[in-house]
Design a protein around this ligand. Structure first.
Ligand code: ADP
Ligand code: X15
Length: 402
């Protein structure tokens, strides 16, 4: 386990820069889920009780996506959770932000604008490079200490995650600490019976390495979502392309086709692929077999036969890990796969962990009971990376001698 300073080591009454992760599902510009807000509000409450002045740093979406929006509504949601005002400034490290930071007094909470709108936050680079960005150089001189609470982004070597700890006194917040300990503890568990992992969602870079790195622990990887389609394309099926204006497949295929093809060849008995898929036909859900598939359309869920195959495996498993939804569950017509799988897990008494900001949202959306799962992590990519035993850049950045 990595040693780092926590809030227990922090002197009261300081000016703090606190990185949280309130990246949320957004539909038509509106935040749909407050799970991460609730967790980070607990950290902020604890800091307020210790009389700190707090500026919060966070991101929402990725540039170019329609979930990439300002954080003004995030301030209002946080304010509800904290039951006190959260000021918002539509700037991250420019004059407007600095003026708002200057006015911060003990007991105040200020949320800065989406840090991914700031040059230098992206892309992933070495901590030393990130520490040289204008963002880090400007903000680090305004505060006494940095608190890193954004566990769900701890797998990204971004400026706001790895840059500040190099130049400031740094502490892990309670979410960072709790998620790190809980996910590390899960990794250390061993099981006698079959272990199944459901891999879906949209982010190939977080998901594909898991197949390689957990192949000796997981008996079956059941694939769905965009990840499933990329594997089906590698398996020679005519799908997994950007159609209808999507931008989810081709750039990921370009970046990962070799790794996917290798993983499929090496783990052909471990990787389980969908045999049917669902799509929209005249406004209704329709399904088609994968074998011989020809129709170039957006496939939005796994089909009924695949759901049955996957839920049979779940019923026989001693542990089930989920990362990413197997369909566009936000649309009820394409929720069968995600809800079917989560319900099947909830019906067993196997050890179960569900992760991911969007995937966890489906539990609430479809009235499933969180208590039916061993653990629901607010993190997706960071949690599966932790399962593999690989280090997290944001945790490494906090490391200090114990
Ligand atoms: N076939 C699909 N086409 C488009 N989007 C999909 C598909 N299957 C799943 N998704 C989307 O994947 C999202 C979750 O993916 P991701 O962000 O990678 O996971 P998480 O946030 O849970 O870690 C869901 O919002 C869902 O709509
Ligand atoms: O929601 C997040 O990750 P997740 O989808 O793996 O749960 C984090 O905010 C990281 O976002 P990113 O994957 O755009 O870097």
């Amino acid at each position: 386990m990595t040693s780092f300073q926590t809030l227990d080591d922090l002197e009261p009454g300081q000016r703090l820069l606190v990185r949280i992760d309130v990246n949320a599902p957004v539909e038509d510009g509106v935040v749909q889920d407050d799970r991460r807000f609730a967790r980070h509000a607990e950290t902020v409450q604890e800091l307020l009780a210790d009389d700190h002045a707090i500026a919060l740093l966070a991101h929402q979406g990725r540039p170019g996506r329609d979930t990439f929006v300002s954080l003004d509504q995030h301030a209002a949601i946080l304010s509800d959770h904290l039951d006190r005002p959260v000021e918002f400034v539509a700037d991250t490290c420019g004059e407007e932000a600095l003026s708002a930071i200057d006015g911060l007094e003990r007991g105040d909470v200020l949320l800065l604008e989406n840090v991914r709108m700031c040059e230098g936050e992206l892309p992933e680079e070495a901590p030393e490079t990130k520490a040289e960005t204008e963002l880090v150089r400007t903000l680090s001189t305004e505060f006494d200490a940095y608190v890193s609470d954004a566990y769900a982004t701890a797998h990204r070597s971004h400026a706001s995650i790895v840059g500040f700890p190099l130049v400031m006194d740094a502490y892990a917040g309670r979410v960072m600490e709790q998620e790190y300990r809980a996910n590390t503890a899960i990794r250390e568990r061993a099981f006698d019976g079959p272990v199944t992992m459901i891999l879906g969602g949209t982010k190939a870079e977080d998901t594909i390495p898991v197949v390689e790195q957990l192949a000796d622990v997981v008996d079956h990887f059941c694939l769905g979502g965009i990840i499933g389609e990329l594997f089906l394309r590698a398996d020679g099926h005519d799908l997994g392309y950007d159609v209808d204006g999507t931008e989810l497949f081709d750039h990921q295929w370009e970046a990962h086709s070799e790794t996917i093809t290798d993983a499929l060849e090496t783990h052909d008995t471990t990787v389980v692929l969908p045999t049917d898929l669902a799509y929209k036909d005249d406004g209704d859900r329709a399904e088609t077999a994968v074998e011989g598939i020809e129709k170039q359309t957006s496939y939005l869920d796994i089909g009924s036969e695949t759901i049955d195959r996957y839920t049979d495996r779940i019923a026989d498993s001693e542990a089930v890990y989920v990362k990413g939804a197997v369909g566009v569950f936000e649309d009820e017509r394409f929720a069968n796969g995600t809800v079917g799988i989560l319900s099947a897990i909830a019906d067993t008494d196997c050890v179960s962990v569900v992760g991911g900001g969007d995937t966890a949202h489906s539990i609430e959306l479809y009235d499933l009971d969180e208590d039916d799962f061993t653990r629901v992590s607010i993190a997706g990519g960071a949690y599966v990376r932790a399962l593999t035993g690989a280090s997290l850049a944001g945790i490494d950045a906090l490391e200090c001698d114990s």
